[in-house]
Design a protein around this ligand. Sequence first.
Ligand SMILES: [Zn+2]
Length: 160
Amino acid sequence: MGILLVNDACSQKIPSKNLIMNNKDTNQYSIQKTEAEWKEQLTDAEFHVLRNKGTERPYTSEFEHFWEPGVYVCKGCGAELFEAKTKFDAGCGWPSFYKSINPVAVKEILDKSHGMVRTEVVCAKCGGHLGHVFNDGFDQPTGLRYCINGVSLGFKKKED
Ligand SMILES: [Zn+2]
């Protein structure tokens, strides 16, 4: 069933030193809410992405072609995640960044769902699903592309 075919994890370029190999331990997040509490706080689309690891349709995010200076925050808990100056147009249909605002703002988790080996990106505070990080940000300073669902993000304008 393809298990042998994907047994090349050692040759995977892992973007992060602190990659988490499984995400079963949800107690690692400082913000804990019940499913009902999340549903009350989030829209259906936000809940689908943040809490059920859904993916918004490409080219639908209000942030895809949005270039104001400021900081992108987690729609689930308000944690600061990405700086606008690290956002770039990857042409992939989702807001893309070449790094997170700091090394501990997001967690990166090995994701073998949908027959692919990918690196999932979640909010380090609430565990909300944000998107995935790929090694194909070739023309970017880090070589990384954080491919993020816009619906999982809020935006704070620069104050100065
Ligand atoms: Zn969060």
